[in-house]
Write a protein that binds this ligand. Sequence first.
Ligand SMILES: Cc1cc2nc3c(=O)[nH]c(=O)nc-3n(C[C@H](O)[C@H](O)[C@H](O)COP(=O)(O)OP(=O)(O)OC[C@H]3O[C@@H](n4cnc5c(N)ncnc54)[C@H](O)[C@@H]3O)c2cc1C
Length: 512
Amino acid sequence: MSDQEHRLEADFVVVGAGTAGCVIAARLSENPDNRVVLLEAGPVDGPEMMAIPSAFAALSGTTVDWAFRSEPQSALDGAVLAYPRGRVLGGSSSINAMAHIRAHRSSYDDWVRAGASGWGYDDLLPYFRRSERTDGPNSRWRGVDGPMQVAVSAQTGPFTLALRDAVVGAGIPFSNDLNGPDAEGAGWLERNIVDGVRQSAADAYIRPVLADRPNLTVIAGALARRLLVSGERCRGVEYSAGRQMYRVEAGREVIVSAGAIGSPHLLLLSGIGPEADLRGHRIPVVVDLPGVGDNLQDHAIADVVYSATKPLVHDGDVERSLTVMMRSDADIGYPDVQLLCWTFPSCPPTVRPPELGYTLGVVVGRPRSRGRIRLASDQADTPPLIDPRFLSDPHDVQVLLTGLRRAREIGSAAELDEWRDTEFRPGPDVREPEQWQEYLCDDTHSARHPAGTCRIGDDDGAVVDTVLRVRGISGLRVADASVMPSMVGANINATVLAIAERAAELIGSAAG
Ligand SMILES: Cc1cc2nc3c(=O)[nH]c(=O)nc-3n(C[C@H](O)[C@H](O)[C@H](O)COP(=O)(O)OP(=O)(O)OC[C@H]3O[C@@H](n4cnc5c(N)ncnc54)[C@H](O)[C@@H]3O)c2cc1C
């Protein structure tokens, strides 16, 4: 690394051009008086298949993936799990499965009960609406003129209709709009796809405006290494690009939007975190904040996989898919299990999948297991230690097993006889508790939704206050999936968009 330093100045520096960072940089730069710099570790563009919806799974492990690995999972017999995260303009929204779904309102109302006042469902509703462009009526629930195109595909294949009939036949009601007031039951999955092509947060928020905004500078290939703090104020960011070191100064604020892994990592590298851990890595302590990296939550998922007798889709890019939000226990008052239905067999890398098949992925929607992000070294290029502690809380095991049994009922329903060959995984012989336990160790993995590692709150374990300012330091906020106090009961990208829309408004309207 050269000693040469280059300096740049801005009003706002946003670190990380993922889902949240793209929203925040775009919204702040709508005001021509705001000079905004957006730093992204990855490149501007990725492989061509990034645009192809059905190719999303193939993006994991490519140049646009950080390709993290988890720590050995103690509740999964020591399994080390893949932990993909987008490393490209658009961040994880450039490699995700494009599902766009809000959680049941209880998820957000729980945040308020946990000390995040201002972040309940009714508070967030205007920001969900602001982010989205649907072709339905402009209503209290849905937006029509936001940047993210949100739609159910117009084409439905016969297999998916049969699957819907099997779900409804199992007693699960059908909701006409899971993103509306009826957020429970089965429904068609809305996705961020425009004319058959992926729409990432960068495609929606940054690419359309970049050429016309001289006050918005996007710097790709820029790894933020450290926040620059003097006194009790954050004044900028030190980053590297290639072998050069650079600094960008923030006249007003630095907003860290590096995601649920990257944001706590950068704070820790900068001396903001649990004092003992920082000292263990000889990092000077700037603020002793014990909650940084703590409270890691993710959706654990395990699959029931069937081999199929014939092809299930004609065009996987455009045909619609089904999801189900259901309860593991009728009395709990909200859905806590999500079924993700795929028209391909989803198997661990060690298992050769059948040529044709379908998958009912069972997600623990409201996990109680809590994990942690810790430093492995004081160097920004060394990935942090990621320990989601999947299924470490027995409640999550029970929820997952209940969901898997329910998925199996649906998968073996008469409505699917024509399509089903055999239950490929776990296999019809798996019935006893020990067999299920063994299957969970073999199959459970991340639904790729880490969150919660810089949570909002008003207690000592909180990292940011209710307007996302890092506690104990001025000029610094965190805004991305990491600020969620607890995991929401659905795929999280729509929620991150709403968090970022609200964050941009809070930041833009704060006194300069
Ligand atoms: C394979 C996959 C499939 C998924 N499928 C879905 C889905 O279908 N629906 C859904 O709702 N959610 C899905 N998700 C999750 C969803 O995409 C993420 O939760 C969401 O994008 C997180 O947004 P974020 O802004 O918090 O972080 P990210 O989008 O991950 O953005 C963080 C950005 O910061 C950059 N960064 C990190 N550290 C630094 C640094 N030190 N310096 C500079 N830049 C840095 C990263 O490169 C990245 O661009 C999926 C995720 C993955 C990985």
